[in-house]
Each structure stands twice: as structure tokens, then as C-alpha cells.
Design a binder for this molecule. Structure first.
Ligand SMILES: [Zn+2]
Length: 415
């Protein structure tokens, strides 16, 4: 049912029967386009019942290739214990502990289908782990280019999955430069190399769009009023918006019917690297390269997302907004979620809580609005980062109310 790929800038069509990167005319991101009227006739949400709880349950709207799957997707939609009408979509329960599993499952599936051999990725960390795992499952080579200060878990998992790991002294943008250098070399096409960078190939978006289908299905085919999404490369935001568009064309949701209005899409970024927030506030259609990007939320350390023009367009069309959170706010929220929700989130995910609080305080969201917050990863992948930040945090002053030690049932406990 996949008919062609379409440039999101100029609308040019490209055949979907071979590997494609970006539009050769203007560098635009390519989207997979399906024969939606035919799918509408052949498939309906009722047929999802009894299907495996993975993202491949939506294979009617995914490319027809034998999936390289580790059980990704269909993650829990947990009602917040703190805020009524708020849900936490816990993507930390995916294989490799992050939402990156979805995009890379789809991407590696297609790479295998096309007979590619060596997959290169510049990554802030979690995408590297996911590419390494899915490449191992597919019997393909993963070549990882990531900043040398990524969370330890990302480096170690890639090594264990048997990937070729290149640690770069710089940011993800510097890693992307390394991949570009490699691309210019002779062996690139000869040896079956392929660049699976965010939005520079069409299928990671397809994997991530399943989050949009899931949000709808798990809320009983009603869309929430808002979705807060930590935005580095922004693929999930693009993917979910694409899913809502497809669901309307398929008649799975009906515009005008209560519960079918598109959600306000909210980007949250770290104050230490907030190119989309800055562009949004300045009313610009694309972002500028953020200089001296620094944040403990490594997944948000993306100085300029390639799909920035699409992200900003979606924020505008959806009447959404963009919010930033400082590292201190993010750390506090990570701890708060762990204590109040029982969810040990990735710092990027916890940034959603900071954004939600700010948007409630400003009146942007009302208590009765249904809002979905995306926890994009598992806190267990950030142990070194979180541990170091605890050590850095100033210890609270010792006072009578806050003693250095406290007696608990006759035992002296450290405080
Ligand atoms: Zn184009």
C-alpha cells in the first residue's frame, strides 16, 4: 500500500522501491505516502483486536516488509497519580529502554529489505543503542558516531550489541559531519553503506508515527487536547502529526466530532539547547544552530534539528507552543516523577512535567484538558549522569529541622 515517497518541501515524488535519503532538489525530508483510500476499504480499527501488542499491529499503515522486531511499541499509557486527565506514555519500557526502538525497528527493517549492509548513525546516545540492537537482530553492521560523553549505558550497550563505536569529541552535529565525510568516500555505495540519521531517511518517522496511533487507540480513539514531547530531532512529533493526518483520511477519527480535534503539540527543550523554542518565540520558520549546547538531557543536545521547519509548522498548525526547562528543573522533575508516580524517567521525559506545570500555571492548559506527556526513555540508562548530578547538587544546610542524621526506630540513618 506504500505508493511513493513525497518531499515535505516541494512535493516531488520519489519511488519507494529503493533506498532513498532526502529530496535531491531541496534537501527536504521525504515522507512515505500510502494508498489510504484502499487501506480504508480493507482495514478498520476493529481489526486490531487480538493483534500482538507491538507497533507492528499497525502494519496496515507501514511498509510491507518482514519486520525486524524486538517487541517495540504498545507501551503503557499511565494515568498520572498527581494530575487528573494527565497521562504518561512510558516509552522507557521499549526494547533498549527508549522510544528510539520504534524508529530504528522500522528503519532497519527497510534497510534489510533493500539489502543494505553497513548502517551509520550520528547519535546523542539512545538512537545508537537502538540501531546497534536492531542491526544485531537483522545481521547487519551498525557504525555508531556519538559524543564521547554520552551516558555510559549507551556506549556499553553498543559495544555488547557488537556495533562499531566511534566516540567523537563534540556534539551530535560533529558526529553528523563525520558521517558526511565517510559518505564522500569511495566505498560508501560500493560496500552497501547507508546513513540512517534522523529524518535523512524516510522510515524512522514511520516507526515513530505509531505513537500517534497508540495514543488514539489507548484513549479509545479519542485524541487528547495536548501532547507534550521532548524534542531533540523531533521525529516523534513529526510522526504523530503524520499519524493524525492518516487517521483522518482513514476515517479512524472524524474531524468535527468531539475527541477528534488534533491535539496542541508542545515541544519541550532544555534551556541549555533550545533552538526550536528560540525560533518559535521569534516567529521564525526554521531554527538557527544553537551554540555551546549543554544539558544533562543528552537526547535534547541537538543544536539544530534537520526537520526544524516541519516541527515549527506543526506547533503553529496545532496551536501548540514551545517551552524550555533548565537542568535543575529537569532533575527535580525526574526525582518528583520517581517519587510520586513510581516512574524512573529519562531526564528528557521528565522535562515534560516541567512544561506541563508551566502551561498549567500560565492557563494554557486547564485542569480538565486531557494531556499526554511522553517519557521517552528509562532513567536506568542515565545512572552515571543522574548520580553525578546528585554529587554536584549543593547539600541542604544542616539545621535542627533538617539534621545530618536522624533516629529511625533506634537506628541512626544518614540524611
Ligand atoms: Zn523537495
Amino acid at each position: 500500500m506504500l505508493i511513493h515517497l513525497e518531499c515535505t518541501r516541494c512535493g516531488e515524488h520519489y519511488p519507494a522501491d529503493r533506498p532513498q535519503t532526502v529530496c535531491s532538489k531541496d534537501g527536504g525530508v521525504l515522507y512515505a505516502r500510502y494508498d489510504l483510500p484502499a487501506i480504508k476499504k480493507a482495514f478498520s480499527p476493529g481489526r486490531l483486536a487480538g493483534r500482538a501488542p507491538t507497533m507492528w499491529r499497525y502494519d496496515a499503515v507501514l511498509p510491507a516488509a518482514d519486520p525486524v522486531s524486538l517487541g517495540e511499541g504498545f507501551t503503557p499509557m499511565l494515568p498520572s497519580r498527581e494530575f487528573p486527565n494527565v497521562y504518561i506514555k512510558d516509552e522507557g519500557l521499549n526494547p533498549t529502554g527508549s522510544f528510539k526502538a520504534r524508529g530504528l525497528s522500522a528503519c532497519v527493517t527497510m534497510a534489510k529489505y533493500f539489502g543494505l549492509k553497513k548502517l551509520a548513525i550520528p547519535s546523542a546516545g539512545n538512537a545508537a543503542g537502538a540501531l546497534a540492537a536492531y542491526s544485531a537482530a537483522a545481521g547487519l553492521e551498525a557504525h555508531i558516531f556519538m559524543p564521547k560523553d554520552v551516558p555510559q549505558a549507551n556506549r556499553i550497550e553498543c559495544d555488547y550489541y557488537g556495533a562499531h563505536v566511534n566516540l567523537i569529541d563534540g556534539l551530535i552535529s560533529d558526529c553528523a559531519k563525520k558521517v558526511a565525510e565517510l559518505k564522500a568516500g569511495e566505498s560508501w555505495s560500493k560496500d552497501g553503506w547507508f546513513d540512517v540519521s534522523t529524518t535523512k531517511e524516510p522510515y524512522r518517522v514511520e516507526g515513530k508515527k505509531t505513537m500517534g496511533y497508540e495514543v488514539a487507540e489507548q484513549l479509545g480513539w479519542r485524541l487528547p487536547q495536548g501532547i507534550i514531547y521532548p524534542t531533540g530531532g523531533g521525529v516523534g512529533l513529526l510522526g504523530m502529526w503524520k499519524a493524525f493526518e492518516e487517521m483522518e483520511a482513514l476515517g479512524w477519527i472524524s474531524p468535527g466530532k468531539p475527541g477528534s480535534e488534533r491535539p496542541k503539540m508542545i515541544t519541550v527543550q532544555s534551556a541549555g539547547c533550545a533552538p526550536v523554542v528560540k525560533a518559535w518565540e521569534e516567529g521564525k520558520p526554521s531554527a538557527e544552530m544553537w551554540t555551546n549546547a549543554a544539558t544533562l538531557a543528552s537526547g535534547l543536545r541537538v543544536p539544530k534539528p534537520y526537520g526544524d521547519y516541519l516541527i515549527l509548522d506543526i506547533l503553529k498548525k496545532s496551536h501548540g507552543t514551545a517551552v524550555s526547562a533548565t537542568d535543575d528543573e529537569i532533575l527535580e522533575a525526574t526525582r518528583h516523577w520517581a517519587r510520586t508516580e513510581g516512574i524512573f524517567a529519562a531526564p528528557e521525559g521528565a522535562a515534560c512535567l516541567v512544561a506541563y506545570r508551566k502551561l498549567r500555571a500560565s492557563g494554557f492548559f486547564k485542569p480538565e484538558d486531557t494531556v499526554v506527556l511522553f517519557n521517552t526513555g528509562n532513567g536506568l540508562k542515565y545512572l552515571d549522569v543522574l548520580d553525578a548530578s546528585v554529587a554536584r547538587a549543593p547539600s541542604p544546610a544542616t539545621t535542627a529541622a533538617n539534621p545530618a542524621v536522624r533516629h529511625i526506630g533506634g537506628i541512626i540513618g544518614p540524611y
